[in-house]
Design a protein around this ligand. Structure first.
Ligand SMILES: Cc1ncc(COP(=O)(O)O)c(C=O)c1O
Length: 376
């Protein structure tokens, strides 16, 4: 019989043990120079992220939420504007829209890959126009790590004169048609929340763009709308800088990230092969490469599956139990016509299984056996 350690949903401890010495040294260096705000590690990280992704400019910031907020502020989004967001996402995607006084218009997703539905997006644009709103921005979400087909989004965006902001909070490290996340949309926002594929030890985020002027505006916005210097304020901004300590940690984590993303592919492949006949496994488009922030299956027996796995001390999570258009704070915002049936259906069927680069084959085999036992 194989004895397995307690199963982690996301194993940050093993990763930390691997990097501990290097992270300790990196933190010591920051403590020694004492530049806690925008210290040299921040720019070093931004350059390393640009090199990794292929984006011309990377501007780090305090969280994925701030990244989205700063992106919308840079585009001048305001009251009367419609911003199209999937309903099946983390609340931050819509929250930032409301904070700027604009109107989120909720869009449905595809059942197989959990990504924004283009048909639902088109219908939502018609709804917004009928309401007298100005369609301004679409924020596709690379949910669970798979990048959206941005070529398809771009076609619709051109037709309706929309800006695109990629919500890549869950997909940094992913790619599509040979392009890495950070380069597929004119603006990409990501998160370094600890549980994300590339996570820091607190809150953090970053913006990616090839446009130099836009990057300059991001830098200004993250520092209170700063102009030439600290006390020259040329626009309304936020306090949204990434801490130097977090940047120092991320530099170390980025050095093993490529290898970790590969390991996630192995874990996903094993789940796909072993579970495809008993639950609906996530579909990744040909040419797309998921960062596998989550490995999320679907089954009508979701609650029973979660319960059985809990009995075996296997942690699971439901992302997301309630689509945003059904949440109290968002009930009164418009949706694409028809009530977003896929978002509602999936909220009742999805279950995310343990997924991280350090999930060994023996432990995964146990999880697979217990999943199969629970649903067959
Ligand atoms: C899809 C999505 N968008 C935005 C965010 C916000 O990121 P953060 O928690 O870093 O603010 C998250 C993560 O938490 C997310 O999953």
């Amino acid at each position: 019989m194989i004895i397995i350690d307690s199963i982690q949903f996301i194993d940050l401890k093993t990763q930390h043990n691997r990097l501990q010495h290097r992270i300790d040294e990196a933190l010591k260096r920051v403590l020694a120079h004492g530049n806690y705000i925008l210290g040299p590690e921040v720019e070093e990280l931004e350059q390393a992220l640009a090199a990794f992704s292929g984006a011309k400019h990377v501007v780090s910031c305090a969280s994925g939420t701030d990244a989205l907020l700063i992106a919308l502020m840079a585009l001048g989004v305001k009251a009367g504007d419609a911003v199209f967001v999937p309903s099946f996402t983390f609340v931050a995607t819509a929250e930032v829209v409301v904070l700027l006084g604009a109107t989120p218009v909720f869009v449905d997703i595809n059942e197989g890959n959990y990504l924004i539905s283009m048909a639902s997006l088109r219908a939502a644009i018609d709804v917004a126009k009928k309401l007298g709103l100005i369609p301004r921005v679409v924020i596709p979400v690379d949910l669970f790590g798979q990048p959206v087909d941005y070529d398809e989004v771009r076609r619709i965006a051109r037709e309706y004169d929309l800006y695109i902001i990629a919500d890549a909070a869950q997909s940094f490290g992913g790619a599509r048609a040979g392009r890495r996340v950070g380069t597929m949309a004119p603006i990409t926002a990501t998160s370094f929340f600890p549980a994300k594929p590339l996570g820091c030890y607190g809150d953090g985020g970053a913006l990616f763009t090839d446009d130099t002027d836009t990057a300059d505006v991001f830098r200004s916005l993250r520092a209170h709308g700063q102009g030439k210097d600290k006390y020259d304020n040329v626009r309304i901004g936020v306090n949204g800088r990434l801490d130097t300590l977090q940047a120092a940690i991320l530099i170390e984590k980025l050095s093993i990230f490529e290898e970790e993303i590969e390991a996630r592919q192995r874990v996903a492949r094993r789940y796909n092969e072993a579970l495809g006949d008993v639950v609906a496994t996530p579909k990744v488009a040909s040419g797309a490469f998921s960062a596998w922030a989550q490995y999320t299956v679907r089954t009508e027996q979701r609650d029973r599956l979660a319960e059985r796995l809990k009995e075996h001390k296997v942690p699971t999570a439901i992302y997301y139990p309630k689509p945003l258009h059904c949440q109290t704070a968002y009930l009164h915002y418009p949706t694409s016509p028809g009530g977003l049936p896929t978002s509602a259906k999936l909220a009742a069927e999805v279950l995310s299984l343990p997924m991280h680069p350090y999930l060994d084959a023996d432990t995964q085999d146990c999880i697979i056996t217990w999943v199969r036992d629970a649903v067959t």
